[in-house]
Ligand binder design. Structure first.
Ligand SMILES: Cc1ncc(COP(=O)(O)O)c(C=O)c1O
Length: 398
């Protein structure tokens, strides 16, 4: 009995594997500090919770249209117009069970077997795997810390072949926290138009930007690039609604119809109650939004400062999302109790085992000289993390 080749080609999520290990240690009563979280540690705002209760009381417990209720899709259009300067009609919006399903729908709708998708790396673990599951071939365009982890448009152009179908843009970025400047997005838009590529623009962290930079959607540069862009967004990160599973796409009508067809035979509509809660989340002022944003900002500064003060470690202070890429090059080749640190996997294992500190190995993000730390954790845990890292580094030999 053989499993499918498609299934065998997929790598399981390193983030979830690490999460499982640290949960196991926690269950044994160990004081594990988890810096791997990909979700806000805040509760969903109260006005959204009440909306969900109301939805149940109002009987919103039945199937909805596959692409989501008209009122939610209209609220998404209003949001896109108000916050991003983008005009869409509700029939161009497809609501799904999380942005992850939106990405799955997207690549299912646009890829033929062997089509290539450019992905600036380090990248979020799921992009290459979703592309592979949809028959495509991920092609990485490496970025570097010296360039703030922003892709070089020339490197993107060099990677384009006759099989290239799309490019993934993820700004603010997971895992690097970089925010693409508008000038760079304009260069990428120009490449997409010239080479007839789809721009898959994952904007799920758009409201989590610190400092002066502004979020700009690549779709906002004119009708041609808007027609070629599939905007991916959702409520998971900015409204602390990871468990509610609501994401959406905004795209050209033909693409939206194709995605709806796929979704109609996979999950049908996303959860009806969560849809109403998302509608209220998007259409009312979020009183907790600023508190959450400012808390992330304060933690970001404390974590960056502390990390850069530890010998052998360094990081850029990211402008967005809630992740830091910690450069571990200075520790490579050193030994901990006889074990040579030969990459991010070994380091992450040692930190978990000996310091009860869970970090995500950069290898999962195509960046083995880094580990990813999330600052969606309390200040107390940030302090513990810094103490444990300092202690670990002081024990190294070589
Ligand atoms: C860049 C990026 N896109 C999409 C998602 C998926 O979001 P959702 O919870 O809406 O599926 C994540 C979650 O970690 C993410 O980091």
């Amino acid at each position: 009995m053989q499993l499918s080749e498609k299934c065998l080609a997929i790598t399981g999520s390193v983030t979830l594997a690490l999460d499982a290990k640290s949960k196991e240690l926690k269950a044994q009563g160990k004081d594990v500090v988890g810096m791997g979280a990909g979700e806000p540690d805040f509760d969903t705002p109260a006005y959204i919770i009440s909306a969900a209760k109301q939805a149940m009381d109002m009987g919103m417990t039945k199937y909805t249209p596959v692409a989501g209720t008209l009122s939610l899709r209209q609220a998404i259009c209003d949001k896109l117009q108000k916050q991003n300067g983008l005009r869409y009609t509700p029939d161009q919006i497809v609501v799904s069970s999380g942005a992850k399903q939106s990405l799955f729908n997207t690549f299912s709708a646009i890829l033929n077997p062997g089509d290539e998708v450019l992905i600036p790396s380090p990248c979020w673990v799921s992009y290459p795997e979703i592309v592979k599951m949809c028959g495509g071939v991920p092609v990485f365009v490496p970025t570097c810390e010296q360039n703030d982890f922003c892709p070089d448009p020339l490197a993107i152009e060099m990677a384009i072949t006759p099989r290239t179908k799309a490019i993934v843009i993820n700004s603010p970025n997971n895992p690097t926290g970089c925010v693409y400047p508008e000038a760079l997005l304009r260069r990428i838009a120009e490449l997409c138009v010239r080479h007839e590529l789809f721009a898959v623009s994952d904007e799920i962290y758009e409201l989590l930007i610190y400092g002066d930079q502004k979020h700009v959607s690549i779709a906002s540069f004119g009708p041609q690039i808007q027609a070629q862009t599939i905007v991916i967004n959702g409520v998971s990160k900015t409204y602390a609604m990871t468990g509610w599973r609501i994401g959406y796409t905004a795209s050209d009508l033909t693409v939206a119809k194709a995605m709806t067809k796929f979704q109609s035979h996979s999950t049908s509509n996303p959860n009806s109650i969560a849809q109403y809660a998302a509608q209220i989340a998007l259409s009312q002022e979020n009183p907790d939004g600023k508190t959450m944003h400012d808390a992330f900002d304060a933690r970001r500064k404390a974590l960056c400062q502390g990390l850069n003060a530890i010998d052998g470690l360094s990081c850029l202070c990211p402008h967005g999302a809630f992740y830091i890429m910690l450069n571990i090059s200075g520790l490579l080749g050193k030994r901990f109790e006889g074990t040579v640190i030969d990459g991010s996997m070994t380091l992450s294992d040692l930190l978990l085992e000996h310091e009860l500190l869970a970090v995500v190995p950069g290898a999962g993000f195509m960046a083995d000289h880094y580990v990813r730390l999330s600052y969606a954790v309390s200040m107390e845990n940030i302090e513990k993390c810094l103490q444990r890292l300092s202690h670990f580094v002081s024990m190294l030999e070589g």
